[in-house]
Design a protein. Structure first.
Length: 331
């Protein structure tokens, strides 16, 4: 295993135990994802800073706000990477309000969509422009798959809105990827739709991207690291940042086996699908770092920034979905 990747994994484990000890009342699952986010950014968690941002969000939002629940801890962790977390949160809240005015419904996914736009939009005109594009992308999703499209598609609509991709052309690419994926390997589902959204960010021919995604999906099953449909967004990011599927499958297996032996990540501590999603995101972050540093030569044209955002948001969407499922099961 590459030493840089190993250090990223060890940092995630260290971060998790810091969070576990200092935030005993937070859901275990969100602590795993927060630990991973910091590790992907090569950061040791600062629990005092996180506590300050958690308290600030609680102070500024109502009990029934969608900025509470799992979102509270997720966004609090993301805000610790900002120079001025209070200013950034105000910007997110402002965009959240504008999204509601534009017709988007309140949901647990809308704050993350607002965060996604806040990270890229520098002023009011940029915010308005990206919200307009987000609306166009979402409406195209709804038009093509009205029975699948819902508030959990807000985040990817925001990711697409942050690109310079043409809405109509990209929508056609999404539908092309979706159709090939459904014909060759997957059943119709919202998670499959999400995979097609992420694949549309890549520059390769649709057939090539889809075949690579299917090769990775089948390969993960063969190494006993099968990803459930809820992890297809993470699979999509992995597809875009590698040309060598055999190499990356070998790395997935190495990382999975390494993590499995760590305290808090074994059979009794963590659901296998969540463990696999963490693995896929860690490896994706490692590859994205290498591409940014020009260590790897992968042609991504202008899509690298969108892939960076999608990589982070894929993890966040998985966290929210898993938290909702865990909460539903406990009730």
């Amino acid at each position: 295993m590459d030493e840089i990747l190993k250090k990223k994994i060890d940092l995630m484990v260290e971060n998790f135990h810091r969070l576990k000890n200092d935030f005993i009342w937070e859901e275990r699952l969100v602590k795993h994802f927060a630990a991973m986010i910091h590790a992907n950014n090569n950061k040791v968690v600062n629990t005092n800073e996180i506590r300050k941002t958690v308290d600030y969000i609680k102070e500024k939002t109502s009990t029934f706000s969608y900025f509470r629940g799992a979102n509270k801890f997720i966004i609090a962790n993301l805000l610790t990477f900002e120079e001025d977390y209070e200013d950034m949160f105000k910007k997110i809240e402002n965009i959240y309000g504008k999204l509601k005015e534009s017709g988007f419904k309140r949901s647990e996914y809308l704050p993350l969509a607002a965060y996604t736009i806040a990270k890229e939009a520098s002023d009011d005109s940029q915010i308005a422009y990206r919200i307009e594009r987000m609306s166009l992308f979402y409406e195209s999703m709804k038009k093509n798959h009205w029975w699948l499209t819902s508030s959990d598609d807000y985040v990817l609509a925001a990711v697409l809105a942050n690109t310079d991709l043409d809405v109509n052309e990209t929508t056609n690419k999404i539908e092309e990827c979706y159709g090939i994926l459904k014909d060759k390997a997957f059943s119709a589902s919202n998670d499959l739709q999400t995979l097609s959204h992420i694949l549309a960010l890549g520059d390769e021919d649709s057939n090539k991207k889809v075949n690579k995604a299917i090769t990775l999906y089948e390969g993960l099953k063969n190494i006993k690291c099968k990803v459930r449909y809820s992890g297809l967004s993470s699979l999509g990011v992995l597809t875009l940042i590698t040309d060598d599927t055999s190499k990356i499958l070998k790395e997935v297996k190495e990382v999975y086996d390494y993590i499995y032996e760590k305290d808090g990540y074994g059979f009794w501590s963590l659901d296998k699908n969540i463990r696999i999603i963490l693995v896929l995101n860690l490896i994706s972050a490692y590859y994205v770092d290498a591409i940014k540093d020009e260590v790897l030569e992968i042609t991504l044209a202008n899509s690298i920034n969108a892939i960076l955002i999608a990589q982070e948001q894929a993890a966040m969407m998985a966290c929210i979905a898993a938290s909702a499922a865990a909460s539903s099961a406990s009730n």
